[in-house]
Design a protein around this ligand. Structure first.
Ligand SMILES: Nc1ncnc2c1ncn2[C@@H]1O[C@H](COP(=O)(O)OP(=O)(O)OP(=O)(O)O)[C@@H](O)[C@H]1O
Ligand SMILES: [Mg+2]
Length: 300
């Protein structure tokens, strides 16, 4: 099972759109996919027609009360694609877990029980670098960072790479980070410049696929449908299908058994004792913030 978190603390850069549509396109490639909504905004749930306000239980209960994730999983409109939904109550998780030991590993523990049921777990994260994002990173083998064509999003990517590097040094848990250019409009000069920056700074860590600006993606979300179901002929559907192909092609490169869940149960226990005390997140963010973001600052 591959676990990929979709992360960028910059808001509105296409995390949820990517999480939903990558999941749907992977499902079309016959992969069994679970989309985990880890954002109190509940947009991934809403984008697949699950009304967050009607939820009886979801990721809040999984993370804070130890509810089995199987008990909150819902089927989506697409075959092979299930959703673990969330709603606004998830914003209380940080406080509720404040004094809980191993609070950074709640998601990692929760998905142990489903590791034979899915080929992919895709995690949609909130636009912040708090406990929820940290849980997503901790549970993941890979992080996909959408970068819309603006400087703040690019900055978010650089900062995230710093944090992942610091986490790896502290815990021994390495996450492969890859950027994905989103909302690209090649006719706009600034969009081309940012795309150039992404490739220049993060050459080996960038998906070749680029997600173009496409209104059909917005419309699909508002209808509670993945683009595959809403308009399979659109540019948005073609781009996310290409991304899914690229993600699947990377299956060949993964070391056998090298997933966070399968390779680390013992390590996780040792780490928990050694490293994952209550101040770890703060330490990591402080250390990351002391380091320079870019070797050379991009123009604009
Ligand atoms: N490629 C695209 N073309 C056009 N619109 C897009 C594209 N990708 C995303 N959008 C739209 O941009 C807005 C923000 O996208 P999205 O919700 O996916 O971002 P996000 O990073 O999840 O936001 P947040 O940080 O609030 O969770 C949405 O209205 C979405 O429909
Ligand atoms: Mg979102």
């Amino acid at each position: 099972m591959r676990i990929i978190s979709v992360i960028n603390q910059k808001g509105g850069c296409g995390k949820t759109t990517t999480a939903i549509n990558l999941s749907a396109c992977l499902a079309r490639l016959n992969r069994r996919v679970l989309l985990v909504d880890l954002d109190p905004q509940g947009h991934a749930s809403l984008g697949l027609n699950l009304k967050p306000e009607n939820l009886l239980k979801g990721m809040t209960e999984v993370l804070t009360q130890g509810t089995c994730i199987d008990d909150v999983i819902c089927e989506s409109v697409s075959p092979n694609l299930d959703v673990a939904p969330a709603n606004v109550t998830l914003s209380s998780a940080e406080q509720l877990l404040a004094s809980v030991p191993q609070k950074e590993q709640r998601l990692l523990s929760a998905i142990q029980s489903i590791r034979r049921s899915y080929d992919y777990v895709i995690i949609d994260s909130p636009p912040s670098l708090g406990l929820l994002t940290f849980n997503a990173l901790r549970a993941s083998d890979e992080a996909l960072v959408p970068v819309d064509m603006g400087f703040f999003s690019l900055h978010g990517l650089a900062k995230l790479i710093e944090i992942v590097d610091v986490v790896a040094r502290h815990t021994g848990h390495a996450v492969i980070v890859r950027a994905l250019a989103t909302m690209v409009n090649q006719r706009v000069r600034f969009s081309r410049e940012i795309l150039g920056e992404v490739h220049r700074h993060f050459t080996d860590r960038t998906f070749k696929t680029v997600i173009r600006n496409n209104t059909r993606l917005r419309e699909a979300a508002s209808h509670g449908l993945p683009i595959t179901e809403y308009d399979s002929e659109s540019k948005g559907a073609a781009d996310y299908a290409a991304l899914a192909q690229e993600v699947v092609a990377l299956e060949m490169n993964l070391p056998v058994g090298a997933t966070a869940l399968e390779s680390e149960p013992v390590l996780a226990e040792i780490e928990a004792e050694k490293y994952l005390g209550p101040i770890l997140i703060e330490e990591i963010f402080t250390e990351a913030s002391k380091r320079s973001v870019f070797k050379s600052e991009p123009n604009g």
